[in-house]
Design a protein around this ligand. Structure first.
Ligand code: ATP
Ligand code: MG
Length: 388
């Protein structure tokens, strides 16, 4: 596809017609970055990145109700099934390697030069299709090459190594020799763990996170902690088992970090600014606490006992028939009675109430009781001291 044909394919994607209509009425609207890359590759872009020569807020306001990000002079408009990111052309300079950039107004040509890879350094003017691109951009897109624009690129912004891995995994592209050599030497500089963590979280959300992680391990192995495994054997079957209410991203991560020691893993996840609940889920699921007992369990009651309280991600990772049985069926099992019923029947309040309910649930799982009366009987069976 020719770069100018981008305008034709833009009509077919969500938000494209709205953007083109705006550009008919307003000059200086350029489609840039990933959106152009994806359209040229025949892929559908995640969101439409737009550079506006003019007042970003005003232009964004014509598209809908924008959310304005004052600090960066950018705006986002959410429409029906699409998002458009608008920004004025800018340069970014790095006060220290890996520090947050200082942003200054610039020409569109300068804005193109600050980009991460040549394949993302293409702008197409709307609606006429005029192209402004880094000179190697279109050839690199054609040959599947990931090339930084200058040798200091990874030093300026170490998150670009992670971005490179994401593009490599997603598009099957490969860095050119010089870019690969630069990636091999790249360190985190002063980049915050949170920014690196955000890149890891983007990788985990990819269709094939393992492909991106393998690219990272190949080109920048120092970016991953010791013991990290990019495509662990258990991952594919676990993903098959994971129910829709499970966290796919955290399951992937848990599978990858199973060989790391707990303290190192916890520290790493904290550095990367994972929310505490997500961190705990990854740690718990990757430790296999339920794995062995669950795989060894014989019978439905034993499966119920072995999986009790485990997150669905941990059970999916444990794998096997018992995991499937619990995920698909047993975890949804509910009693018709509750603790109050047992207390009303004379049981002393305390831990024995929970234990009795557990007994009834196991009986129900095995088909030994159904309905309130039988559940109650199963719960109270052998409870002792019912006082009744
Ligand atoms: P995706 O398809 O995952 O959205 P994308 O290429 O569109 O990927 P965005 O994060 O949406 O990436 O950013 C849009 C564009 O902004 C990129 O294509 C690139 O030109 C530029 N960009 C984003 N992050 C960086 C960065 N860290 N350094 C330089 N340029 C960047
Ligand atoms: Mg994008």
């Amino acid at each position: 596809m020719e770069a100018a044909d981008v305008v034709v394919s833009l009509r077919e994607v969500a938000g494209g017609p709205e953007l083109l209509e705006l550009a008919d009425a307003h000059g200086g609207i350029w489609l840039v970055g990933g959106a152009v890359r994806d359209l040229l590759l025949g892929r559908s872009p995640g969101e439409l990145d737009v550079v506006v020569e003019g007042d970003v807020g005003e232009v964004a306001g014509r598209l809908g109700e924008p959310v304005l990000h004052e600090r960066f002079g950018t705006a986002t408009v959410q429409g029906d099934g699409f998002a458009i990111d608008l920004a004025a052309p800018r340069t970014e300079s790095y006060p220290a390697p890996g520090a947050l950039p200082e942003v200054a107004p610039a020409t569109l040509a300068e804005d193109i030069e600050r980009r991460d890879f040549t394949i993302n350094a293409i702008a197409v003017r709307l609606p006429d299709g005029e192209v402004l691109a880094e000179p190697r951009a279109l050839a690199d897109l054609q040959s599947g090459t990931l090339r930084v624009l200058h040798p200091g690129s990874f030093e300026d912004d170490p998150t670009r190594v992670w971005r490179m891995a994401r593009y490599a995994g997603r598009l099957g592209f490969r860095p050119d020799e010089e870019t690969a050599a630069l990636a091999a030497q790249a360190g985190p500089g002063q980049t915050s763990g949170e920014r690196i963590g955000n890149e890891l979280r983007l990788i985990l959300a990819e269709d094939d996170p393992s492909a991106a992680l393998e690219a990272l391990a190949e080109y920048c192995p120092q970016a991953l902690p010791a013991g990290f495994s990019c495509r662990p054997e258990r991952l594919a079957p676990a993903l098959e088992l994971l129910p829709a209410d499970g966290r796919r991203d955290l399951l992937v991560l848990a599978a990858c970090v199973a060989a790391m020691d707990t303290a190192t893993l916890q520290r790493w996840l904290d550095d990367l600014a994972f929310p505490a609940a997500d961190r705990d889920l990854v740690v718990a699921s990757s430790r296999w606490v339920t794995g062995e007992p669950l795989r060894a369990a014989q019978g439905r009651a034993a499966v119920l006992r072995a999986a009790r309280g485990a997150p669905v991600e941990a059970v999916a990772l444990a794998g096997g028939d018992n995991a499937a049985l619990w995920l698909e069926e047993l975890r949804h099992l509910e009693l018709e009675i509750g603790g109050d019923d047992l207390i009303a029947a004379g049981l002393e309040p305390g831990p024995q109430v929970g234990a009795a309910l557990e007994r009834a649930l196991e009986a129900k799982a095995e088909g030994r009781c159904s309905g309130r009366e039988e559940e109650l009987a199963a719960a109270l069976e052998g409870a002792g001291g019912t006082g009744a």
